[in-house]
Design a protein around this ligand. Structure first.
Ligand code: ADP
Ligand code: ASP
Ligand code: MG
Length: 407
């Protein structure tokens, strides 16, 4: 069982979590519970690091931001024991959950489940601090990236060979799009791993991308469900499963959006072999992930315009790299835009249907929404548009593909 930030936001909510744990325990389950920090806590800790020094040591950042989960793990253990359920808290290093040394974005390398299993045999519920691990031999605390408690939970479920992994959050499942911006979004009973992976990568933050990858690789039966349901009568939530296990497959399953995009356009780049490499190799070497790319043929045939996107956090770094290489690349001007959003439609049904994206281009045009860039792959397409049109575009596509809930 994993409980996210809003589900453990205060003592009363943690008591409510204990009721969910009690239900499962009364039904005979052995349980590891992974908890996040109280909602808002990690943001506060991150902001303190930046305030302390803009170029902080990432290992110390991890030491600081991992602390939020320590508090909730201890509190839940206290409350469980107070209600007569044997329990103990586990910090990442105590298990240990071993990771690589990529501070702030560490990946789990291995989990020793022996301590937890011994606890189960004593009848104990294991309350595990999510989001954190330990790197050896440096003996430093690491964190798994924002939203990383989802990954802690799935990895732990795989390590202890759990029957299932229930991710409890503030919505009762995975929806056809973010229910906070589209009230007509529908809860999905099941969603295929591949689709969930795309949805998470393209902005649906309900699950961390890495957790979906792990669930898919390690075949962990993972549900997304609500901690705000009555602990005695919870809804099953959404099962993330193999494509074959979904009977009624739609062409488009979900719409996602990501505001984490910035656009760069290089004007009048020489139209000759090697230019794309001159632009994109230095960005790749700087570990900047380029996503959408379009190259326009210009009238004069000797120059062209190249537009592409990078994560907003990398925008300034990318701009600086390209400006430094202006002579080598040879372009007349660089234009950037940060007020852009990427809206994507996802569905395994796209593999076998033509014209799915074309329909969207038409519908967006009818709403006066200009498309700045497009990318497609086997089971999704994305459009880059002005951020001001985010909700309109998401709602338009949601209706277009028949995803709106019946009124
Ligand atoms: P937690 O703190 O429990 O980890 P998150 O805030 O990380 O919760 O994720 C849950 C949120 O994800 C929901 O409140 C919802 O607004 C958002 N979300 C975005 N896209 C979707 C989607 N397709 N289905 C469900 N929730 C979504
Ligand atoms: N507390 C961490 C975060 O806010 C991890 C998590 O909640 O999953 O990113
Ligand atoms: Mg989350």
């Amino acid at each position: 069982m994993k409980f996210g930030g809003t589900s453990v936001a205060n003592i009363e909510r943690i008591r409510n979590v204990a009721r969910h744990v009690k239900r499962e325990r009364d039904a005979g389950a052995e349980i590891a519970v992974v908890v996040s920090a109280m909602s808002g806590k990690t943001n506060e800790l991150v902001a303190w690091c930046a305030e302390a020094a803009p170029l902080y040591d990432p290992a110390e950042y991890d030491a600081i931001v991992a602390s939020g989960e320590l508090v909730t793990a201890g509190l839940l253990a206290i409350i469980l024991k107070d209600s007569g359920i044997p329990a103990r808290s586990w910090q990442g290093w105590q298990i240990p959950i071993l990771t690589d040394d990529a501070h702030g974005v560490a990946r789990i390398a291995g989990i020793d489940s022996a301590g937890l299993l011994a606890g189960f045999s004593r009848g104990e519920v294991a309350v595990v601090a999510g989001f954190q691990g330990l790197h050896q031999p440096t003996n430093r605390v690491t964190t798994l990236g924002r939203g990383g408690s989802d990954t802690s939970a799935v990895a732990l479920a795989a390590a202890i060979k759990a029957d299932r992994c229930d991710i409890y959050t503030d919505v009762d499942g995975v929806y056809t799009t973010d229910p906070r911006i589209v009230p007509k979004a529908r809860r999905l009973e099941k969603v295929a791993f591949e689709e969930m992976l795309e949805m998470a990568s393209l902005g649906a933050k309900v699950l961390q991308v890495r957790s979906v990858e792990l669930a898919m690789m390690r075949k962990v039966k993972t549900y997304v469900r609500s901690s705000f349901d009555d602990p005695l009568k919870p809804n099953p939530g959404t099962l993330i499963c193999d494509e074959e296990d979904i009977v009624e497959q739609q062409i488009v399953t979900g719409i996602a959006y990501s505001t984490d995009e910035a656009q760069i356009t290089l004007r009048r780049v020489a139209d000759k072999p090697g230019v794309a490499a001159a632009i994109f190799v230095p960005l790749a070497e700087a570990n900047i992930n380029v996503d959408m790319i379009i190259q326009v043929v210009s009238d004069d045939t000797t120059t062209t315009d190249i537009t592409f996107t990078v994560p907003s956090a990398e925008f300034l770094r990318a701009k600086t790299i390209l400006e430094e290489r202006r002579g080598a690349i040879g372009y007349s001007s660089l234009q950037g835009a940060e007020d852009v959003v990427k809206v994507s439609a996802i569905g395994v049904g796209m593999r076998s249907h033509a014209g799915v994206a074309a329909k969207a281009f038409k519908a967006l045009a009818e709403k006066g929404i200009n498309i700045r860039a497009i990318t497609t792959s086997e089971i999704k397409f994305s459009v880059l548009i002005d951020a001001a049109y985010t909700e309109l575009a998401v709602r338009t596509l949601h209706s277009l593909y028949g995803l709106d809930a019946a009124a």
